[in-house]
Design a protein around this ligand. Structure first.
Ligand code: UDP
Length: 257
């Protein structure tokens, strides 16, 4: 799947999952390169929960490892890369920050963005919020839809005539990434990105952790307090991920969990 329009990127490998060692600024340049090359590209926003899921979901691991761009969306990945002495990851590139930067890029350069996913009404609210800062952002369209097979064709037929340059898919991982992988060739959209709960954060229907907590690597704690029903996902993202990384580093000297 990997496109030959760019030079190979520095890559960290954490528990057999590849993550590209890129900064915010490099990410935006690469996305512009993808648009200029006019071939479809898949971008994934990897966090520790992705890495844990990819240990047992082989289809998901294949998709992440084949993505044209796998962004480091999680402070835990930066720490794990250092601890495992793989290629260092220079900074965190979170999906929701990327959506805002892409809105700005669209405002400046006229790229057309399609917003797919999140519950009904959320994408509209996110678009309205983004337009307050970036009034010339070009919206190709928006639709909540669902990642189920029964809706697949309806969604494709909605997107195709709108000719977006960038398609943001907010169905959460791994559904959004599987949805993109399944439809990438038919859609022929230059940049397709799975963006998780980004529309909710931008619309204000979900609250992100304050910057200082994010910098301390404690965004998970904020999520646990705000959305306690997600404890199983947070368990995977924090203690389980840390345990797997420890086992990877020290190998057989640690007994199985
Ligand atoms: N979602 C959706 N349809 C579905 C499942 C999820 O539109 O069938 C949306 C949900 O509304 C949310 C996003 O997918 O906007 C997933 O958010 P979540 O916080 O779970 O993603 P994360 O950022 O943790 O990957």
């Amino acid at each position: 799947m990997t496109c030959d329009c760019l030079a190979p990127l520095n890559t960290a490998t954490i528990l057999n999952v590849k993550i590209h060692a890129v900064t915010h600024a490099q990410t935006l340049k690469l996305i512009e390169q993808f648009i200029a090359c006019r071939q479809p590209h898949q971008v994934v926003t990897v966090n520790p929960e992705f890495v844990v899921a990819a240990q047992t979901d082989q289809e998901f691991r294949y998709i992440v490892n084949q993505a044209d761009l796998a962004l480091p969306d999680g402070i835990g990945l930066l720490k794990a890369a250092r601890f495992l002495r793989t290629t260092p990851l220079p900074e965190r590139v979170p999906g929701s920050d990327l959506v805002i930067r892409l809105a700005e890029l669209s405002h400046q350069k006229g790229y057309r963005i399609y917003f797919l996913g999140a519950w009904a009404g959320v994408a509209e609210k996110a678009i309205a919020k983004l337009k307050e800062s970036y009034p010339n952002m070009q919206v190709a369209g928006y639709y909540a839809g669902s990642p189920t097979m029964s809706e697949n064709e309806v969604i494709i037929q909605r997107i195709l005539p709108t000719h977006p340059d960038i398609l943001l898919v907010a169905y959460g991982a791994p559904k959004q990434d599987k949805w993109i992988a399944r439809n990438l060739e038919r859609l022929q959209v230059s940049v397709c990105i799975g963006v998780g709960g980004s529309f909710d954060f931008i619309a204000g229907t979900a609250k992100r952790a304050p910057r200082w907590l994010q910098h301390m690597g404690l965004e998970w704690l904020h999520r646990l307090v705000m959305q306690p029903w997600r404890w199983r996902r947070i368990w995977n993202a924090v203690p389980r991920f840390s345990w797997l990384v420890l086992k990877e580093r020290f190998g057989q000297s640690i007994p199985n969990s």
